[in-house]
Design a protein around this ligand. Sequence first.
Ligand code: B12
Length: 133
Amino acid sequence: MTPVVLLLLPLLLLPGARLEESESLPIEIHVMNSVTNAPAQTYSASVVKGGILLGAMKRLMASNAGFKFTFEENLNFGPFLVSVNGLAGDPEDHTYWELLVKTPTGDTLRLDVGIGCYVPKAHEQIILNFNKW
Ligand code: B12
């Protein structure tokens, strides 16, 4: 073993010196449509503790659970959610995907940031709601 490895070995063996594994928090993603009132779809997803909603959505899409979405980068505010499960918002129709969250206490709030900035908490229900502005 090289002297460097020998020096680092005690650090690696100390429990406190190990890197913490990222904790995964369960969340739900609901897809709703306030324009047509189509039945809602619910997906179980997970987000890394402190991680952004976009990451949870990408992971859910990659898991082939039947959920897909697209987004566009906005220079000022980051990713803008354009379509969910093949349905896209359309500025001409004044439709868009609204972001809501139902907290464990039952309140439904409108997110004040987009999917690239919102950090979900454990057991939150994220609602992607097709709506009109
Ligand atoms: C009008 C408006 C909308 C309209 C835009 C449609 C349209 N074609 O006009 C609609 C209703 C779609 C909308 C939606 C949302 N909005 Co908005 N919106 C605005 C507002 C009042 C004016 C934007 C504008 O016309 N600017 C003038 C034009 C000329 O500039 P522009 O760069 O081309 O504008 C575009 C972007 O602003 C973009 N846009 C609008 N909102 C958002 C939000 C996000 C996260 C992104 C990435 C882009 C984006 O759409 C505009 C038109 O293309 C701003 C307030 C502000 N001060 O800018 C909030 C604002 C940008 N919106 C905001 C938010 C939070 C949202 C939502 C996330 C709300 C929600 N919970 O659903 C959603 C986006 C969800 C998604 N699908 O990703 C926040 C963003 C804060 C942040 N740091 O992320 C702002 C700053 C308001 C605020 N203070 O809370 N919004």
